[in-house]
Design a protein. Sequence first.
Length: 64
Amino acid sequence: MCLAKAYLEKDNKSGIFAESVASIRASDGKFLLSTIFGEQKEVKAVVKEIDFLNSIITLKILKT
């Protein structure tokens, strides 16, 4: 089983936000990421890239 890693990008810098991501839910401009361990993280961002081959999700926080 290959679960995704989610990276969060802000100000052209990227870092790991969540590992073993099993699902993502979008609601009201936010994303709720859930891991196979039951951990949930919420972030207000946009999807920059989803790389299915390498199981990588990149979310970008927009400047406000």
